[in-house]
Write a protein that binds this ligand. Structure first.
Ligand code: GDP
Length: 318
C-alpha cells in the first residue's frame, strides 16, 4: 500500500529542466496554477550533458524542487537510427542533474522516464514490477537503458544519501508542442500531420507505418503535467510510478480517431517496410490511482485540443 506524503510547492523555487520540450512546456503551464517560483534555463546557457555547467547552474539558481523533463526523445525511427545520441545524451542528463541535485541539497526531485523501459514481452497492462524482468524492445533499447539508469540513480541516492528523489513513467504522450517531424516524431503527432496534409492536398489516402495492429496507450500531455505536480506533492518512495490512462487502442484506431477529429474522410494504406515495434504497450496505473490521481481528459477531447493547437501553431509555421 502506497501512502500519501505532503510536499507543498507554494513559495518554493521549482526548476523545470527541459521546459521547451512537450512535457516540460506542459508542466510550466500547469505550475502557473501553483504559488511557486518557476526556474528555467535555456539549452544555449546550460547544456545538461555537461556536468560542470549543470553544477554551476544549480549552485547559482539553488532550486528546492526539480522536475527532470529534459531528454533526447524521438519515435521508432529516430531511436533506431541515432542510438549513440539516445543513450549518451540521456545518460548524461540523468546523471548530471541527479548528482548535482544531491550536491546542492535539492529537497525533492522528480525524474521523468518512459513506458519503453519495460521488457518487450512484459505482461500487459504493465505493472511497475515488470522493470528488468526481460529483454527490451530493440527499436528503443538505447533510450530505455538510459531511462532505467535514471530511475536507479534516484533510488540509489535515496538509499545512500536519503534524497527525496522519485520517478514517474509516462506512457506515449501527445499534445501541444509535440515533434511534428515525420522522421523523428511519434505516431500521435505523425497522424495529425498526415491527416492535415491530406486535407490540404485533397489526398484520398494516408500512409500508416507497419501493420496498424500494434496497440498503444496515449496520454494528453496536460494530464501528465497534472500527474507530475500531484506526485511531487504527494509521493515519496523508492518505486517509480506509471502515469497513463490504463487504456490502449490500435494504431489503426488511432488513425481513425485523428481522422474523425480532423474531419478527414479518406482511407488508410499500410507500409509493411516500416517496423511495428512493441506489439502492445499499456500501463497498469493502479498505484497512482490508489494515491488519488486518474487522467481527467477523454482521449477524443485531448486529440481535438491537440489537433487544433497543431493547425493553429505548428502547421501554420511551416
Ligand atoms: P513506439 O511507441 O516507441 O513504438 O514509437 P512510435 O510512436 O514512433 O510508433 C508507434 C507505432 O505506430 C509503431 O507500430 C509504428 O510503426 C506505428 N506508426 C504508424 N504510422 C506511423 C508514423 O507515421 N510515424 C510513427 N512514428 N509511427 C507510426
Amino acid at each position: 500500500m502506497t501512502t500519501r506524503s505532503s510536499y507543498p510547492l507554494a513559495g518554493k523555487r521549482v526548476w523545470v529542466a527541459g521546459h521547451r520540450g512537450m512535457a516540460g512546456a506542459a508542466l510550466v503551464r500547469r505550475l502557473q496554477r501553483e504559488d511557486c517560483r518557476l526556474l528555467t534555463v535555456s539549452r544555449a546557457e546550460v547544456d545538461l550533458r555537461r556536468q560542470a555547467a549543470v553544477e554551476a547552474w544549480m549552485d547559482q539558481a539553488r532550486p528546492q524542487a526539480v522536475f527532470v523533463c529534459a531528454a533526447t526523445v524521438g519515435g521508432i525511427l529516430a531511436n533506431s537510427t541515432r542510438p549513440a545520441e539516445f543513450l549518451y545524451d540521456n545518460l548524461a542528463i540523468a546523471s548530471n542533474v541527479i548528482h548535482a541535485a544531491h550536491r546542492s541539497g535539492v529537497e525533492k526531485l522528480l525524474f521523468l522516464g518512459s513506458s519503453c523501459i519495460y521488457p518487450r514481452l512484459a505482461a500487459q497492462p504493465m505493472t511497475e514490477e515488470a522493470l528488468l524482468t526481460g529483454p527490451l524492445e530493440p527499436t528503443n533499447e538505447w533510450y530505455a537503458v538510459a531511462k532505467i539508469a535514471g530511475i536507479k540513480l534516484c533510488q540509489a541516492y535515496r538509499r545512500q544519501h536519503g534524497c527525496d528523489f522519485i520517478s514517474a513513467m509516462p506512457t506515449n504522450l501527445f499534445g501541444p508542442g509535440d515533434n511534428y517531424d515525420l522522421q523523428q516524431g511519434h505516431v500521435a503527432a505523425a497522424m495529425q500531420v498526415k491527416v492535415h496534409r491530406a486535407r490540404q492536398t485533397g489526398a484520398s489516402q494516408i500512409e500508416i507505418w507497419g501493420s496498424g495492429t500494434p496497440r498503444r496507450e496515449f496520454l494528453y500531455v496536460d494530464d501528465l503535467a497534472d500527474a507530475l505536480v500531484f506526485m511531487m506533492k504527494h509521493y515519496s518512495d523508492e518505486p517509480h510510478l506509471n502515469v497513463g490512462t490504463g487504456v490502449d487502442i490500435s494504431i489503426r484506431e488511432l488513425a481513425e480517431l485523428v481522422a474523425r477529429v480532423a474531419g478527414f474522410e479518406g482511407g488508410f494504406v499500410y507500409d509493411a517496410s516500416k517496423p511495428d515495434g512493441m506489439p502492445r504497450k499499456v500501463m497498469n496505473v493502479e498505484r497512482l490511482a490508489a494515491l488519488g490521481w486518474r487522467a481527467p481528459t477523454p482521449l477524443e477531447d485531448g486529440f481535438r485540443a491537440s489537433y487544433e493547437w497543431y493547425v493553429r501553431n505548428a502547421a501554420a509555421a511551416r
